[in-house]
Structure formats: C-alpha cells, structure tokens
Design a protein around this ligand. Sequence first.
Ligand code: ADP
Length: 172
Amino acid sequence: MSRKVIIYPGTFDPLTYGHIDIIERGANLGDQLIVAVSLNSGKQPLFTIEERTALVMAEVKQINAKQKTTTPVLVKSFSGLLTDFATEQRATAILRGLRAVADFEYEFQMASINKRLHGELETMFLMAAEQQHFVASRFVKEIALFNGDVSSFVPANVADALHRKMKETSAN
Ligand code: ADP
C-alpha cells in the first residue's frame, strides 16, 4: 500500500501557536507529515527562509519528542510551485488551517488552483483551535514591532528571534 504523505505548507513568518496546533493535529492524519516552509518572496517575509525554517525545525523537534509513537514530522523548505514540490515529495494531500471566515476565500481559490494543476492532490483543512483562531503571524509581527508581549502567541525562541529582528531592522 502506498504511504500517505501530507504536506503542510506555509510562509511561517514566523511560526505561531496556531501553526503548531495544526502540526500537532496533522501529525497523525497520514503516514508522514512534511511541514514545507515556502520562500514566498511575494509576501516579502520579515525572516529569511533559513531563519523561518530553523524556527520551525526547533519546534518540530519538540513535537516529535512528545509524540514518540508517530513517524517524525519532517521540515523542508521549497521555492516554486507547491504542486511541483508535492509531486517531488510524492505527497497525496496538502494540509491547511482555516481561521474563521477571513481565510476561506483565499484557501478555496488556492485549493481549486492546486487541484487543477495536480488533479490527484487533495487539499484538506483543519479548523483553527478555539484558543488560536485569531492568531496570525501578521499581528504578532506588529505587536513585536512596538515591543509588546508576544509570549501567548509564539514559543519563547520565536519571541526572542522577533525581538532581535526588530532591533536589527530599527538599527538599519
Ligand atoms: P501562507 O502564506 O501560505 O498563508 P501562513 O504561514 O500564513 O502561510 O499560514 C500557513 C497555514 O497555516 C495557512 O493554511 C493558514 O491558514 C494556517 N494558519 C495560520 N495561522 C493559523 C492559526 N492561528 N490557526 C490555524 N491555522 C493557521
């Protein structure tokens, strides 16, 4: 039987507890979950792809240590089309998180486009957890910019990276 490889793609600029919740819940949906950090130059991310990937890797390491029985979650970065990356990884499905109504239209469009580009690739959605449904990387960056407390939205190492990055950018 073929292995069910699921890809959870995103910009993760930076990783939040909302993303972490989707990773934890998605880890057992198939045989293998791959968190795929997208270069996404269109969004002009605050963190480089290397920084974003390293932050996701650090967190996934802890998730893997907690969820010992499952196949470890993998973290990879990619540029270019998600459908090409999915083919390369022999993925059967894409996993995305859905927050309230705001995400729906964009996600519906992306899922339809990806389906047209790669007919066998399904997109599945997990509803954001009740405590995380308003958490967005965009807001977390804004709070950090004004030196606010981001500790309830992101893990400690992400909060540190955010504050370092804000200092760096304001020094330039
Ligand atoms: P992208 O640029 O691909 O949308 P993001 O990092 O913003 O990348 O989001 C990646 C995925 O995680 C998306 O499906 C998004 O809806 C989901 N997501 C983001 N924040 C949350 C959250 N708080 N709860 C659940 N899902 C979330």
